[in-house]
Structure formats: structure tokens, C-alpha cells
Write a protein that binds this ligand. Structure first.
Ligand code: LP5
Ligand code: MN
Length: 265
């Protein structure tokens, strides 16, 4: 079974606990692991195996594309799952699906002991509550994407898609990637791309009894003050292939939230 469809933005998010012995939690998202990005894989691997955090919460788009667990038999996907397995031996791992890897399913979860997080979810600890989400569900202005999302997150559609041969799934996914990239090119200024809707975020934060939202997806790392004591932290995407490596984690501890750049090994 794949991750359950995300709750509607106005539904109350379930609450999970950091746990009594946890001193620090890392949040990361949008690593976009793919075979032709070996330096990003190495940076992620090094972080997963050496972070001092007791828990790593991955908030979506860990993988560039996941078209079914049977594709995970490939060498690259297997290597990624092996890193997760090794990391999980000494720390808690939690995985939230993003718009690229929502088809990561039961077989992959059997191979790696990591919690499957609903989107959104509330994490309680250190005397506070954080609302965690991938972020795409609140990009409400992007009506075409929201319609697409509703469709592909439904169980009927997923069953049908996953029953198709791997090669056909790869071709369909490539077609959608092309459409998605063409759409972004038609809006050349990234400032025109949809961002999360602050009104919806405020409602969700109040319902969750939380002041802080942590999310990814938009690749626009920042801390936004939403007023009235509410805030939104946006995680960075990762890319260690170019001249200027990019990638960080947000670490949560009794001292609060702090951004830590990830360094290439
Ligand atoms: O991913 P990114 O950052 O480029 O853009 C996202 C939204 N796009 C997506 C699509 C993903 O990039 C690729 C899908 C991976 C799915 C893996 C599983 C296989 C599913 C197969 C489904 C049939 O999520 C983009 C947002 C952007 O974020 C910002 O929030 O705008 O949304 C879109 O571009 C979606 C379009 O608006 C609608 C897409 C319709 C595509 C229909 C083409 C069908 C082609 C069939 C080819 C055989
Ligand atoms: Mn995303």
C-alpha cells in the first residue's frame, strides 16, 4: 500500500511525539536523489550516516522520481535504500512523500525501517509543536497542479498506474516531467511560480496548535514571519553537482530551530 492520500488542507493533522530521549531532529527535503547526481548522493549518504541528530525526518522528494518499488531493484535505488537501512540502525527515520516519490510503497518500507508520515503531521517535542508538510498541497494558486495531484494521489489511479509495465510507467513519468518543465519555462521568473498560500497555512497552524510550519517543495529556503507569532521555515533543495553546492538541514533541539549547511564529504 502506498502512503495514504494527504489530508485536505483544512483537516486536523495527526500528532506524533519526538520521544523522551531525543536531543535533536534533522529535517530535510528535496534531495532529488538520481543516478546522474553522484556528488549529491555522496553528500546525502555522508549526512545520513554521520549526523549527530537522533532522528531524521525526510519531508518529500528524497528521490527525483519513484515510479514503483519494482524499479527499486536498480543499482542506484538499492544503494539509496541501503544508506537508509544503515542510518536507521542508530537513529529514527521518518519519510513523508513528495510529489516526485509518492509511489514509494510497502515493499520499500519493508526493506527500510522508517516511519511513513502523513502530510501534514504535527511533531510535538521540546515544549513546542511543529507542523510538517511537503508543501505542494498548499500551493493553491497552481490550480492545474492541484487537479493533477488529486488525480494521481487517488488509490484507483495508483493501482492502475502500478499495474502497467515498468517501461510504460517510465515513459508516462517522462512525459509528465516534460510537461512540468515546459510549464516552468513558460513562467521564466521563478517569482511567478506558485508558493504556499499563507491563509491556508495560518488556518492549518491554528488547527494544529502549532506556531511553526516546516516544509519543502518550493526550493526557496527562507524563514517567513507570518505575523501573530506564526512562522514558516522552508527547507533547501540539494544540489552538489555544480560550482556552488547547495543543501542544508534544519535541526530542532531544546534550543529551537537552526539551519545547518551540509558539506560535501
Ligand atoms: O516537479 P516540479 O518541481 O518540476 O513541478 C511540480 C509540479 N509537477 C509535478 C510533476 C513531477 O515533476 C513529475 C511527476 C512524477 C510522478 C512520479 C510518479 C508517476 C506518475 C505518473 C502520472 C501519470 O509534480 C508542477 C508544479 C510545481 O511543482 C510547482 O508547485 O507546478 O505541476 C505541474 O507542472 C503539473 C501540471 O500543471 C499538470 C501536469 C499534467 C501532465 C499531463 C501530461 C500527461 C503526459 C502523458 C505522457 C504519456
Ligand atoms: Mn516537491
Amino acid at each position: 500500500m502506498n502512503a495514504p492520500p494527504p489530508a485536505a488542507p483544512d483537516a486536523a493533522a495527526p500528532v506524533i511525539l519526538v520521544g523522551p530521549h531525543c536531543r535533536a531532529v534533522d529535517f530535510l527535503s528535496d534531495v532529488h536523489l538520481r543516478p546522474d547526481a553522484p556528488l549529491t548522493f555522496e553528500a546525502w549518504r555522508a549526512h545520513m550516516l554521520s549526523t549527530p541528530a537522533d532522528a531524521v525526518f525526510m519531508l518529500g522528494d528524497l528521490f527525483e522520481l519513484w515510479i514503483g518499488d519494482d524499479a527499486g531493484a536498480g543499482r542506484f535505488e538499492s544503494a539509496c535504500l541501503e544508506v537508509l537501512r544503515e542510518s536507521a540502525r542508530t537513529r529514527r527515520l521518518a519519510f513523508m512523500a513528495g510529489n516526485r516519490d509518492f509511489l514509494l510503497g510497502a515493499q520499500a518500507h519493508r526493506e527500510v525501517p522508517m516511519e511513513q508520515l502523513p502530510d501534514p503531521v504535527v511533531l510535538e517535542g521540546f515544549g513546542a509543536r511543529l507542523l510538517l508538510a511537503h508543501g505542494d498541497a498548499w500551493c493553491l494558486e497552481d490550480a492545474a497542479y492541484q487537479a493533477f495531484r488529486r488525480e494521481v494521489r487517488g488509490p484507483a489511479w495508483q493501482q492502475d498506474f502500478l499495474s502497467r509495465p515498468l517501461s510504460e510507467r517510465a515513459a508516462v513519468a517522462a512525459g509528465i516531467r516534460q510537461a512540468s518543465q515546459a510549464r516552468k519555462r513558460s513562467l521564466p521568473d521563478p517569482a511567478l511560480w506558485a508558493d504556499v498560500d499563507h491563509g491556508a497555512v495560518e488556518v492549518a497552524l491554528r488547527q494544529a496548535g502549532a506556531r511553526t510550519l516546516v516544509h519543502g517543495h518550493t526550493h526557496r529556503p527562507a524563514r517567513h514571519d507570518l505575523g501573530t507569532g506564526l512562522e514558516r521555515w522552508v527547507l533547501s533543495d540539494w544540489d552538489f553537482e555544480g560550482q556552488v553546492p547547495r543543501g542544508d538541514v534544519l535541526r530542532w533541539s531544546a534550543a529551537g530551530l537552526a539551519r545547518h549547511p551540509v558539506v560535501s564529504p
